[in-house]
Design a protein around this ligand. Sequence first.
Ligand code: HEC
Ligand code: HEC
Length: 262
Amino acid sequence: MISRISTAHRSYRLARPIASLAMVVAIGFGLLAGTSVAQEQSKSSMPPKVKQIMDSTDCLSCHRVDMKVVGPAFAEVAKRYANSPGALQKLVKKVKDGGAGNWGNLPMPAHPQLSDAQIETLVKWILSLSKAPVEVKKPVAAQAKRYTYKLPDGKVVSLSFPVFTTDSKVTKTIFLGWEKFNSYCFRCHGADASGSEYAPDLRQSLNGGMKKEEFIATMMEGRPDKGMPKWAGFFDPDDAEQIYEYVKARSVGILSAGRPND
Ligand code: HEC
Ligand code: HEC
């Protein structure tokens, strides 16, 4: 499971009633939150039947064809099972019941809302990707480039993404991250990600050692038993990147309070 760095010994007041309302709205809007160019491209290569099921469920919050997100790249899944008899049945069961262990410790959630036939359509398509192999890209954080900034107090911070485009304006990614955080996370995680009685200070989570991967996985999977909603099915990997970069920039103290300049 996901390590619980800063919240292990605290419990938060459940903010559930409004949370479930928010999630109903969220599910109603499906992936409208901001489907990315990359996801649109991989969707345009899907047969209509596959695309229709994908649009109705949450796979593309955690998976991309050509890059690991929370779950493995679908192209890697296809490669691993290319010559493995029984893969179709095995993977259908896995998507239905969920579970961890084949690619790492993070669990895939169960999908009881999909029929076996729907899951089979998805898995057949995933397995078919082995016939036309695509290049699997490295996650952004694993790329070598660093961006270094000097804070007013003289402290120097180094990040894997840019925060500013000019002296005072933030990047589009950071600005969109702020907008999404303020619409969807602020209510529990507080102004400027500083925490509230409902949820922890996410700056502290990152400063305490939570990695980007864990942050995004926690966000997508949620911890329903602890009052942290699941966002898979609502956000795509680009949305998650924006929110992560915004909170990470907050955690190193590089943004002043409130709305950043765009
Ligand atoms: C909340 C994130 C999340 C969502 C949503 C999600 N997955 Fe996954 N998926 C994962 C993770 C994590 C793994 C790796 C599990 C493991 O290590 O055994 C995975 C693994 C897989 C695998 C490989 C399984 C194996 O045992 O090798 C397939 C196939 C797959 N997912 C398909 C899907 C499909 C189809 C959907 C939508 C119906 C979906 N996933 C939705 C996170 C997710
Ligand atoms: C309804 C309230 C609520 C909302 C809305 C909410 N969270 Fe949470 N979140 C929580 C709670 C409660 C926890 C602590 C769970 C625990 O105790 O393990 C948490 C924990 C987390 C953690 C793990 C922190 C740690 O130190 O372990 C991350 C990351 C996170 N939330 C991200 C987000 C993001 C990003 C959003 C917005 C998209 C969001 N949350 C929206 C309630 C919420």
